[in-house]
Design a protein around this ligand. Structure first.
Ligand SMILES: Cc1ncc(COP(=O)(O)O)c(C=O)c1O
Length: 397
């Protein structure tokens, strides 16, 4: 081990063992190095899957911008915020440009929200199962992640938010609650009924509502934002899923809640944003031109998802070793549960080594290691998914 004449932040230890090589990724790399084609059913980067924003339109939009002047504004250019507000207006969600602060991604929106409400050592509640990114975002702020469980409805097999369960996880150290709706990877949503139950509990702890997958809902009860929350609500979103433009690095926070808190929240958020001024001018100038592409982009992605979902549903129906589960109601992921007595990571490794099909084990998202839940990206290329599922079918026989 290298000895350093200085010390690194404790954050890295708090985040766990970051050095150990992941055996699954190592195997994938080795297979690729020896010339094997991998059926990667995990990829959710739309720019690599034939779902990229039209390059000609992107060049045209950016080539007509005058980026020569720098007029920084902590909360972001008003023209960009107005264009984003129009999205909320279309959804009949009251919002004003002054309720918005732009960030360089949704991940950065998390980091601003942590800075706004927490001190090192405080607790942030996050859903489990959930997206592993949150552990790192929380750990890098010297905060403690505490999971609240999503409940698996025994009748429908769906993972749902329960207001009571979340409330039971609140402690005196809880300074922020994260809700993701539609959730990654379960598609869980914060419904009107959920908010009614939550408000009845009278908890005033701020909530970060991550809705990066809004617009990707296919069935079931719709995702909702409470109309007049009685607690501070910070709704976070960005271009990475909305427009399939993760590379442009634009996110935002829409603040909602009782008027008495709003001005202090906006002032402090503005201070954080002003300190970094991290959002580049070109993307802000381009935002009014980019937003109108949303319908077209989301239609393309939704079509891909629906076609892939049909393949996955058929695969489940035809395969006795796969537990019958409901189709995805929202989001970009399909959960396959195999009826096998194996650890999920061992199974993923075995499938990868024997068939070159790459799936994510559910335990990486907080599902139990002992349930063979595998995660499939529904924006995979259709042909890759078809070949991958066919190969998996032969493996399972
Ligand atoms: C639920 C969820 N929130 C946030 C993010 C991060 O989004 P961004 O690329 O805007 O930082 C992701 C990325 O996949 C995500 O799945």
């Amino acid at each position: 081990m290298t000895e350093f004449p200085f010390s690194f932040s404790n954050r890295f230890q708090l985040l766990g063992d970051l050095n150990s090589e992941n055996k699954i990724y190592q195997t994938k790399q080795n297979l690729e190095k020896s010339g094997n084609a991998i059926f990667d059913l995990t990829n959710s980067n739309p720019t690599k899957l034939g779902l990229e924003f039209p390059p000609g339109a992107l060049s045209h939009i950016f080539s007509s911008l005058d980026c020569s002047q720098y007029d920084p504004l902590a909360e972001g250019l008003e023209s960009a915020r107005k264009a984003i507000v129009s999205e909320y207006t279309n959804r009949e969600i009251p919002a004003k440009p002054s309720d918005l602060v732009l960030t360089a991604s949704t991940s950065e929106a998390y980091s601003y929200t942590f800075k706004l409400f927490t001190n090192p050592g405080d607790e942030v509640l996050t859903p489990n199962p959930g997206y592993p990114l949150f552990s790192f975002l929380i750990g890098l702020e010297n905060l403690k992640e505490v999971h609240y469980p999503l409940k698996e409805d025994p009748e429908t097999g769906r993972w749902v938010y329960s207001a009571e369960t979340i409330a039971n996880c609140v402690s005196t150290k809880t300074k922020l609650i994260v809700l993701v709706s539609p959730a990654n990877p379960t598609g869980s949503r914060t419904t009107a009924n959920f908010w009614k139950e939550w408000e009845a509990l009278g908890i005033k702890i701020p909530i970060l509502l991550d809705e990066v997958f809004v617009g990707y809902e296919f069935s079931g009860e719709p995702h909702q934002i409470p109309e007049e929350p009685t607690f501070p609500l910070l709704v976070c979103n960005g271009f990475s899923k909305m427009l399939a433009l993760p590379q442009l690095k634009l996110g935002w926070i829409l603040t909602k809640g009782p008027e008495v808190y709003q001005s202090e929240i906006q002032k402090n958020l503005g201070f954080i944003a002003d300190t970094y001024l991290s959002v580049n001018s070109p993307v802000q100038l381009a935002t009014p031109e980019l937003i109108p592409w949303k319908t077209m982009m989301q239609n393309r992605i939704r079509t891909r998802i629906m076609r892939n979902m049909a393949q996955c549903v058929l695969f489940v129906e035809e395969n006795p070793k796969i537990k019958k589960k409901p189709a995805t109601e929202a989001g970009w992921y399909f959960l396959l549960e195999l009826d096998l007595e194996k650890k999920d990571e061992d199974l993923v490794l075995e499938i990868l080594s024997k068939t070159n099909v790459f799936l994510h084990p559910g335990s990486w998202y907080g599902f139990s290691h002992n349930r063979c839940i595998l995660i499939v990206s529904l924006i995979s290329e259709e042909e890759t998914l078809r070949s991958g599922l066919e190969t998996l079918q032969t493996f399972l026989k």
